[in-house]
Design a protein around this ligand. Sequence first.
Ligand code: NAD
Length: 435
Amino acid sequence: MSVTIRPHEGKLGVLLPGMGAVATTFIAGVEAVKAGLGKPIGSLTQMGTIRLGQRTDDNSPKIRDFVPLAPLEDLVFGGWDIFDEDVYAAATRSGVLDKDLLRALRPQLEKLRPWPAVFDQRYVKKLNGTHVKKGDSWMEKARMLIDDIDRFKRANGLDRTVMIWCGSTEIFLEKKPVHETIEAFELGLMENDPHIAPSMVYAYAAIMTGTPFANGAPNLTCDIPALLALAQREGVPVAGKDFKTGQTLMKTILAPGFKARMLGLDGWFSTNILGNRDGEVLDDPESFKTKEESKLSVLEHILQPEKHPDLYGHISHKVRINYYPPRGDNKEGWDSIDIFGWMNMPMQIKVDFLCRDSILAAPLVLDLALFMDLAGRSGMKGIQEWLSFYFKAPQHAPGLYPEHDLFIQLMKLKNTLRHMKGEELITHLGLEYYD
Ligand SMILES: NC(=O)c1ccc[n+]([C@@H]2O[C@H](COP(=O)([O-])OP(=O)(O)OC[C@H]3O[C@@H](n4cnc5c(N)ncnc54)[C@H](O)[C@@H]3O)[C@@H](O)[C@H]2O)c1
């Protein structure tokens, strides 16, 4: 039985709170693909295939030909930032993409200017922008965001919208009573509760306008019972948290390999230098704590020390991020991994990943925008666990542990697509080939 998927008629608005390095690299990349100036490398929706049926059938269509995803030509971009800088200027300042490429796209990019943001410096200590909404309460500001979304829809004749949080990492917040129920949360919005962060106001506005919401940062945001209940009530898909890009991507590729071979792990020391604005924000201990929690949880869930105390019972896992301006967006991440094998003999692995943060993140924004829209059109609501593939700290149902293993995540994602289309799921059992 397949799922009924509403066709993608008309345009899809992609709303981006935070139009910094990641968001502008994403927008410029999509415009480049549309103009035939580049390929969407790193995007599963654009380049990935999905096997259907038996291995002998030789039937592996492109994912975008298998499920009805919005075509890139139908995407319209909008967003908010605390700095009033158009997308061309922000992309140029971020220094991620080639300047010649950006110049070729200048007319499209220059037209895009962020709307004034919902912001409060208490939640991002290192930034202080003036392009912000003024209002007496979070609720009033949420209504302003809803007005922005409605205006954007009308002005561009949009059929649907999705929102992907690409804003800065906020300070570490814990769940409080105000996050528990829709009623408590809405009262908190009216009373300016300090445990409500700006990202939650955006998530609220998204859900209230039927806009699927994905969170690319580690902030608590929609990972609270109140917003999850609201998403259920309004029939809106949500997902998070924190794009899985550089070092954590490598961790979730390597750690499942060690575990598969029952190799032990004594410790994993990860350090990074990066010099973009994200690095500057993470230089604040309170924002770093949010990121650290997200990065640290990965190993424990993959290695399951409680099931394998001899191998993983005493892991020393440390993560450091150092703000070092000369590197800009070109992060360098070192991993020093202490493993052990047969008869406890120790071994070491060193990884030195000279990556480009936003180059790795941009295709994830695209995939999430298209898959969240697909989920919305398929009547899926609440947490979209099948999109864990994209996140460092995947949101999951209470009582479940998150799935971090990249390969299990990919299998889950593809099987969800097969399920949506009524295709047989692939278990990789394969005994039938030997009957
Ligand atoms: N590989 C990656 O780049 C990667 C991976 C995982 C997560 N992330 C997260 O993605 C987010 C974006 O990263 P980036 O490199 O583009 O950072 P960035 O600093 O270049 O961009 C973030 C933008 O958000 C804006 N902003 C902050 N608070 C806002 C608010 N309340 N409303 C609207 N705009 C707001 C800032 O002014 C800034 O322009 C960060 O939270 C980062 O931690 C990035």
